[in-house]
Design a protein around this ligand. Structure first.
Ligand code: AMP
Length: 182
């Protein structure tokens, strides 16, 4: 028996997005790499990733479409520790941000941390963008169809009527380095 057997595991969901290639890879590869790192984390288990989706940018339209995915897992990390992990993933992807609502090599948001409601300077949970973004709600519904968000079932959150901005992609979650992980 190891120390984590007694710890309390909390189911969490992250939203990942990328629309900027760097010397480290294409947007899809940034997300695949982040999934690999999360899957190998010793304080994370039972990881389940959604399909990858292409979505139109919310901000300036003269930028590439985003690749988005949602990942769910159990963790014994505290909320701010999990935020540190997310921000480390962004730094590792050499997060470049050229302008507000603009291109980025990797964005990782904590959508939900169990049923916690957190309102701190560094961390707001549930994430404010869940309820009005198809590129979050659709992949989240895909992996967690009976999820409760702030006391309401996920199916009670209406999807935007405009589906022209979202396409489900036929891409493997894994890359050549992480076949064993997912
Ligand atoms: P952005 O990269 O634009 O999504 O925002 C990054 C900032 O949002 C960071 O300073 C975080 O501390 C803050 N933040 C607040 N709530 C969250 C959350 N649920 N997930 C990720 N970052 C968050």
């Amino acid at each position: 028996m190891n120390s984590s057997d007694n710890a309390s595991w909390v189911r969490c969901y992250l939203g990942l997005g990328s629309n900027l290639a760097t010397e480290l890879g294409l947007p899809v590869e940034h997300i695949q790499h982040a999934l690999t790192i999360l899957g190998e984390h010793t304080q994370i288990r039972d990881l389940q990733a959604s399909s990858f989706y292409a979505s139109k940018p919310m901000g300036p339209q003269d930028q590439p479409d985003f690749i988005n995915a949602v990942v769910g897992f159990e963790t014994i990390l505290a909320p701010l520790e999990l935020l540190d992990v997310c921000q480390h993933l962004e730094v590792e992807a050499k997060r470049a941000r050229l302008r507000h609502w603009g291109e980025r090599s990797l964005d990782v948001d904590i959508l939900l941390y169990g049923q916690a409601q957190i309102n701190e300077s560094r961390l707001i949970i549930p994430h404010a963008g869940i309820s009005d973004r198809n590129f979050v709600l659709v992949p989240l519904r895909e992996i967690a169809p009976v999820l409760m968000i702030a006391g309401k079932p996920i199916v009670a959150y209406p999807l935007s009527a405009d589906w022209t901005d979202l396409t489900q992609l036929n891409i493997d979650h894994t890359n050549s380095h992480n076949d064993k992980v997912l």
